[in-house]
Design a binder for this molecule. Structure first.
Ligand SMILES: Cc1cc2nc3c(=O)[nH]c(=O)nc-3n(C[C@H](O)[C@H](O)[C@H](O)COP(=O)(O)OP(=O)(O)OC[C@H]3O[C@@H](n4cnc5c(N)ncnc54)[C@H](O)[C@@H]3O)c2cc1C
Length: 421
């Protein structure tokens, strides 16, 4: 979140009815603020939506959430039932035609550890690629860091900045990566388990909307696109950076110009239903990530039906979600369904070994899916904090303001419960 509320004025106008805007409305409404939330589309939820088809559930974007305490509390308060992971939390990495839990060879692992223990932090900001090459070496950068960057941001390590994109790599001066990671593990940081709403992300949105509709002090307006920002007491812009840029252009042209240039990775999610025995390999785990060096044009595959209950209606059917496009393959966004289906079938065959073609595929395209946490975004955030956001009552909140994940957004939105945001 960038900027701060004016707690002396108990009115708030929120623009954008994705999860960020809904969370702001929920916590401020609960606190007694008079809230009016404006969403341009016919329904709230933004990127989050679940569709139920004859084979099972299809998530349009997010699938799972880390179950931190604030996430569990919110879900309990609004009545969202969560389902835990059924099987292993492990993810696989594809290398040389096989799925590996640890994709590095013995010598590469030793070389990585040697770098992790011997290289203390020097300098402040780095791209994730520079960080990886310095502290882990090339094989670990290609086979560990790059797939992780793809799975969260849909972007290459060279396009992301540490520590903004991965605060877990924020090394204190003179600490090495090995001792830093060991300490995090001992303290149990980042270890909240993965969960999913039992009836899909759409249920989280529906329950949050239902909670807002029961609050007499909250007015929720759909099909209410805001094109001009009125002066007001508390104004919370929960829109993507490129929309926010237009809204604040008159009041703070410089911040607006920086926000307009925030780069977003495109993403395509393809949910695939197939017969259980139509794959040669279907291991127990969260999914498999595909390093770019393997030259298969997808970013990863989530094993939906082996992860969570209720993802398929028939036990003989499996559900996978293939993530593709991202910054390595932006051109895929313009391909038609037939071309995407052919590409996915071919990739699934290479990774999981297909004996029969899939039964059904559902394709969702996001032209601007995830903001790239790079040096430009860090500058835009800083300027937003010092510029438009420095005026009490002006708040920017969304997945470009510091947190991309739903867990992160929920935790950040708790600032709305405090006297000062
Ligand atoms: C493919 C994909 C997979 C993901 N997977 C996960 C995952 O598994 N787990 C996880 O934690 N996170 C995941 N994420 C990230 C997470 O889903 C997003 O960061 C989060 O949903 C963003 O919410 P938001 O409210 O900030 O933005 P949005 O959802 O984009 O909402 C912005 C809202 O503003 C509205 N709006 C725009 N302009 C105006 C205007 N002028 N007036 C009024 N309203 C306006 C839009 O219609 C939209 O509803 C994923 C994201 C994607 C794209």
């Amino acid at each position: 979140m960038l900027g701060g509320l004016n707690p002396l004025k108990e009115q708030a106008t929120i623009i954008g009815g994705g999860i960020s805007g809904m969370l702001a409305a929920y916590y401020l409404g609960d606190r007694g603020f008079e809230v009016s939330l404006h969403e341009k589309g016919p329904w709230v939820g933004g990127l989050l939506d679940t569709t139920h088809y004859s084979y099972g559930m299809v998530e349009q974007s997010a699938h799972s959430i880390r179950a931190s305490k604030p996430v569990l509390q919110l879900c309990a308060d609004i009545g969202v039932e969560l389902t835990p992971l059924k099987g292993s939390q492990s993810s696989y990495i594809f290398r040389d035609g096989k799925l590996h839990r640890m994709p590095l060879y013995f010598g590469e692992t030793l070389a990585m550890i040697a770098r992790m223990v011997s290289r203390p932090k020097v300098g402040e900001k780095k791209t994730l690629e520079e960080f990886g090459l310095r502290h882990m070496g090339k094989p670990a950068t290609d086979y560990l860091l790059a797939p992780m960057a793809f799975s969260i941001y849909g972007a290459r390590p060279s396009e992301l900045q540490v520590p903004e994109a991965f605060p877990r790599f924020n090394l204190e001066p003179s600490r090495n990566l090995f001792s830093h990671m060991l300490e995090r593990k001992i303290k149990g940081r980042g270890s909240a388990p993965m969960v999913a709403p039992k009836y899909g992300m759409g249920d989280l949105v529906k329950k949050l909307e239902a909670a807002l509709r029961t609050m007499p002090n909250v007015a929720l307006h759909t099909q209410s696109e805001v094109t001009y920002l009125e002066p007001g007491e508390n104004r919370i812009l929960a829109t993507p950076a490129y929309i926010t840029a237009k809204l604040i252009a008159d009041e703070d042209p410089y911040t607006a110009s920086l926000l307009a240039d925030v780069k977003y990775a495109p993403l395509i999610t393809v949910t695939v239903f197939l017969e259980r025995d139509s794959m040669r390999h279907f291991p127990n785990g969260m999914g498999v990530l595909i390093p770019e060096v393997e030259q298969i044009p997808i970013l990863g595959i989530l094993f939906n039906s082996s992860n969570f209950e209720g993802r398929v209606v028939d036990i003989g059917i499996e559900s996978l979600t293939v993530l593709c496009s991202g910054t390595p393959h932006p051109e895929l966004i313009d391909k038609d369904d037939t071309e995407i289906e052919a590409l996915i079938t071919d990739a699934l065959d290479k990774v999981l070994g297909l004996k029969q073609p899939p039964l059904k595929m559902h394709i969702t395209r996001w032209e601007k899916a995830i903001p790239l946490y790079n040096a430009h975004l860090a500058l835009a955030q800083q300027r937003a904090r010092e510029g438009w956001g420095a005026l009490l009552g002006n708040v920017l909140f969304g997945n470009y303001t510091g947190q991309v994940s739903i867990r992160g957004l929920i935790e950040d939105s708790l600032h709305f419960t405090e006297n000062e945001a």
